[in-house]
Design a protein around this ligand. Sequence first.
Ligand SMILES: Cc1ncc(COP(=O)(O)O)c(C=O)c1O
Length: 375
Amino acid sequence: MSTLAPTPPPIPAEDLTRQYREIAAEIRAALDEVLPTGRYVLGPVVETFEQEWAAYCGSRFCLGIGSGTEALHLALRAAGIGPGDEVIVPSNTYAATAFAVSYTGAVPVFADVDPATYNVTAEAVAGALTPRTRAVIAVHMYGQPVEMDPLVELGQRHGLLVIEDAAHGHGARYRGRRTGSLGEIGCFSFYPTKVLGCCGDGGAITTGREDRFEEIRRLRYMGQRVKHRHEVVGYQQRLDVLQAAILHVKLRHLDTWIARRQSWAALYSELLAGLPVVPPVVAPGNTHVYYMYTVRAERRDTLMEYLAGRGIGTQIIYPTLVPFQPAYRSLGYRAGQFPSAEAACREILCLPIFPELAEEEVRAVADAVRAFYAG
Ligand SMILES: Cc1ncc(COP(=O)(O)O)c(C=O)c1O
């Protein structure tokens, strides 16, 4: 008989099955209500969620879109951005932020970020302005809002459209206001792992401007305002009805889930104190929803391997800056142009964080990090 202690169960970086088990009955009931109706495209279920999401974000209008990427794309298209234009985006974001710009024919111009919050700053955006700049996309990295007031002021001074990419930041607040209500257009992804995620692809835009709302509504459904009259070349990019029904159920739980993420983050920060690991910093006036709990760690790669060896899943969000991706080689960016984002890229590690984690799991992760540095 083996005398070895039993191996502890693995702690995944994320686990969608736990959330499903918690609310399976509610989700099934919602789907059972929709499926017999035969209304599978747009209609009241999508509209209900749109109204709820607009109200939650503190925005006047919301439209359900097929994905977060397409939400960004349609937001830019609605403002007439296209060939010859430039749009400033943070260098450390997900590729989708920049790809949405490229889809329009405009060019993404990458900016460095704040070393403490990992968010793009008005200063970095000001440094990237050219006469061709038409818009800036502020990404609320890891769940913490961008310092928006100076960015919005800069946008007003230079006639720029300020878009929020809130794919990481559902429910986070900046000076009391929720993401999605801070810029002219807010773009959300409901990709399953997000703070609010559906069971497939989904996205939304929020805006206070009726003209933007009308234009995005026309673009998301084949350029139509009236059926069979295609006024412009539009897209087939509507939020799916079943996903809207699921989001309607999940929205009821969102604040509880965010509070759980925040409590795991607080516990991690307490348990990791004194180690060569820098916990996330929350800027004054912000709340952080911890889509990711991102630390900067000494000997990051070795730590990641060590944790993997103990069954602990971690992630690097994101391992390569977008300007250095092969897709943007032709733009000619060079190492050293984004000092803060490049340093973060080498040092960041995202520890497991999702609402359904157990306290023992958070403690086990922190113990393993401590053991790594002790050894
Ligand atoms: C910052 C950011 N922007 C945009 C997207 C694109 O969203 P989606 O995957 O729904 O297209 C994502 C998510 O994947 C993201 O993390």
